[in-house]
Design a protein around this ligand. Sequence first.
Ligand SMILES: N[C@@H](CCC(=O)N[C@@H](CS)C(=O)NCC(=O)O)C(=O)O
Length: 405
Amino acid sequence: MAARPKLHYPNGRGRMESVRWLLAAAGVEFDEEFLETKEQLHKLQDGNHLLFQQVPMVEIDGMKLVQTRSILHYIADKYHLFGKDLKERTLIDMYVEGTLDLLELIIMHPFLKPDDQQKEMVSMAQKAKIRYFPVFEKILRDHGQSFLVGNQLSLADVILLQTILALEEKIPNILSAFPFLQEYSVKISNIPTIKRFLEPGSKKKPPPDEIYFEEEFIETREQYEKLQNDGHLLFGQVPMVEIDGMVLMQTRAILSYLAAKYNLYGEDLKERVRIEMYAEGVADLSEMIMILPLCPPDQKDAKIALTKDKTTNRYFPAFEKVLKSHGQDYLVGNRLSRADIHLVELLYYVEELDPSLISNFPLLKALKTRISNLPTVKKFLQPGSQRKPPIDEKGLEEARKIFKF
Ligand SMILES: N[C@@H](CCC(=O)N[C@@H](CS)C(=O)NCC(=O)O)C(=O)O
């Protein structure tokens, strides 16, 4: 039995991800040797294993292949994913090269400076919608077939689906004006080999800029005092977040930084200020809900009644009206922003307080479902994530001891 191909690359998507996609689509099992240190790359370079001193490198059929496109072509040829004749092959090649131009932008995106990332995201979406997707939409519409070339799966389909899904992770509604591509991407995703690759546990790599964060829980008064005495806390308070070489304090400032860094703060100053207004409104109601457990028992019922009244008569109508006024999927600019995230977080808190409060607000309900189904949010809402449960009596007691309130 021939040895399984062995892929040499870091444990991330980069240029190797297309090779992983193609092997998976062809139903080929493969092994991976992850380059985790510079030394490992140098060892491959010094050992003359890399023709141009670069990875991706794939050991296959007794060869050490480099150059992503050459690797893709070899695998496509070997597994009959490169058309039935020279004409089909060239069509596939053209489609692949066009798509790779777009994919290259996605691959390079995380390496841009945070300030440039937002601009590039907008221009990437424009390029996809104006230059690339219309081409493939037309091809599919004109020939009415399920695949781009020769009515059978080819390298072109694999790379196009990879690119569509990678873009959708960043811009969920990117295919909204392309019905044929929507149907196509569902069909190709359901091809058994590809379906398996798209399921959790496969060798498909997560998005490079998926955010991982670590938490250091403050469990005792001593830990809190140590942080204060170390001079880490600007105003002696938490939350505190260490990020990008800084120590950030003040919840709103932290949220603003994260939103700006991860393109959740609108396209221009006008969108930004609307996002901020909505976020501040959400924060006011969230604050009312957050302090309910601290309320003295004799005032609690009145405070809850007031909170419910403000929810249904002030805040929910305001957001329902915003959504109704533009009929779009998101609060601002028809794309995900921190305003949507904060509002949906609030909707979950309100639901814990009284699930009936949302019943007269159909657009808010729809927003909650939509945002909750975004892959990253969905993951966060699933058990086992870093999301925290509502505070209980025990948690409250501990917080009292730590913060002395
Ligand atoms: N045209 C090459 C470019 C390969 C490339 O730029 N590889 C990068 C990693 S993604 C690399 O090995 N960089 C290290 C170096 O150039 O020394 C291909 O498509 O494989």
